[in-house]
Design a binder for this molecule. Structure first.
Ligand code: ATP
Length: 235
């Protein structure tokens, strides 16, 4: 396993949100994290990222226990994150946004060029808009830029929190294709938090459903049936 969350309890001050959550993310596989609003999906991501502390339980990543590590160290170990909402610098151009990641990664010359080319292959629109300010892009283009920036860091795992939220269908297809391509290339694992079930079905290998801070269903993505969707996911 690349990432193993074991029996984690975590939350905020008074309220325990995660109550004994365990999930496994295999190398180079994409895992969907599903559940209605407020069940604890973002809290689980934040626990993996180190933005929320654990009360008990363990988190192993690439063979190391990380549950006590600061979040910047987890990021350097290869945990990449695209938060909900588009995390880009609106006042910088597309190129400058991408270049920030290249600098953080310390990627130069041919290495930088090859990382950029793989991002342009996934999201050709970014190459056409290098001189535009991030803030003037459409929501979908900003989401592509945010994912592109995370990919330039070459994480071992890419964590995406609701990438389709508020994005038009044609761009959703492009983002779905991109996750599919990332998976096919076999360069990294993915955790995808998603409300849009068809997207998760197409993009992921396996799934976990959370309810009130606990995993209530899990399995191969082919096992995610309409009864489960009705019981745990439709509003
Ligand atoms: N910073 C915080 N302080 C206190 N409580 C919080 C905080 N963030 C989230 N919560 C609470 O934790 C619970 C789980 O929220 P969380 O955001 O993890 O759920 P979610 O499944 O990601 O839902 P959504 O899809 O709405 O983001 C909610 O009851 C929420 O109110």
């Amino acid at each position: 396993m690349l990432l193993s969350v074991r029996n984690v309890y975590a939350g905020y001050d008074e309220s325990m949100i995660l109550k004994g959550v365990s999930i496994d993310v295999p190398e180079k596989k994409a895992v969907a994290l599903l559940g209605r609003n407020g069940v604890g999906k973002t809290t689980l991501l934040n626990t993996i990222l180190g933005l929320v502390g654990t009360n008990s339980g363990t988190i192993e990543f690439a063979g190391d226990s990380i549950e006590r590590m600061p979040s910047d160290r987890r990021a350097r170990m290869g945990i990449g994150y695209v938060p909900q909402g588009r995390d880009i610098f609106p006042g910088l151009t597309v190129w400058e946004n991408l270049n920030v990641s290249l600098r953080v990664a310390g990627a130069k010359g041919a290495e930088a060029e090859s990382r950029l080319q793989s991002v342009y292959e996934l999201f050709p629109v970014l190459k056409d808009m290098l001189k535009r300010k991030g803030g003037v892009l459409s929501g979908g283009q900003q989401q592509q830029l945010a994912i592109g920036r995370a990919l330039l860091l070459k994480p071992k795992i890419l964590i995406l929190d609701e990438p389709t939220e508020g994005i038009q269908p044609s761009i959703i297809d492009q983002i779905e294709d991109a996750i599919y391509a990332i998976r096919k290339k076999g360069e990294m694992s993915v955790i995808l938090v998603e409300q849009y079930i068809d997207f998760a079905r197409n993009a992921c290998d396996s799934f976990y459903i959370l309810e009130r801070g606990s995993v209530v269903q899990k399995g191969d993505i082919s096992l995610l049936d309409d009864d489960m969707v009705a019981k745990y996911l439709t509003v």
